[in-house]
Design a protein around this ligand. Structure first.
Ligand code: ADP
Length: 160
């Protein structure tokens, strides 16, 4: 049973994230999506809200677990009996940061590998910040995010 962990902020999940999860499931028996507290980012949605949206958006898939973590990712991965970290790659701009992180994790634990998955061309330009910006100004985000995320974005930004 090969388990992979897909960590990220998922604030909120986009169709790019869901596409990466679906592709990872072709390679691994189980994928645990791990919603993390990134100290460098001020989140729009709480961890619970982000997990709820991910659960709803992956309910059509088997063998996906939605979890959260704070602290060292490596400890979380090992706690799940996994040695694989999944990350998505969009453009060259992601590469340097991801390369540094992957190597750091490898230095900390030589057994850990990071597997990069390229998303569908259609989602290459997508990230959570762009989606939030569009939603905030009343733009259309359907087709870019799962339905539940579209709904939650509308609720969130109609309040403010
Ligand atoms: P983080 O704050 O850890 O970068 P994100 O939620 O922004 O978390 O992203 C989690 C992972 O998903 C990262 O590896 C990121 O590169 C990847 N990702 C985000 N959006 C897309 C997308 N549209 N296509 C492919 N991968 C993506």
């Amino acid at each position: 049973m090969k388990t992979a962990v897909y960590p990220g902020s998922f604030d909120p999940a986009t169709n790019g994230h869901i596409d990466v999860i679906e592709r990872a499931l072709r390679l691994f028996d189980k994928v645990i999506v791990a919603v993390g507290d990134n100290p460098g980012k001020k989140p729009t949605f709480t961890i619970e809200e982000r997990m709820g949206m991910l659960k709803e958006s992956t309910k059509h898939l088997n063998n996906v677990g939605i979890d959260s973590f704070s602290g060292l990712l490596l400890d979380f991965v090992k706690g799940k009996d996994s040695k694989i970290i999944i990350r998505g790659l969009r453009a060259v701009s992601d590469f340097e940061f991801e390369f540094q992180r992957a190597l750091l994790n490898r230095v900390a634990d030589g057994d850990i590998d990071t597997v990069f998955i390229m998303t569908k061309e259609h989602y290459v330009y997508l990230n959570s910040s762009i989606v939030k910006e569009m939603a905030m100004f009343g733009g259309k985000v359907s087709g870019l995010v799962p339905e539940i995320v579209e709904k939650r974005l509308k609720e969130k930004f109609s309040k403010t």
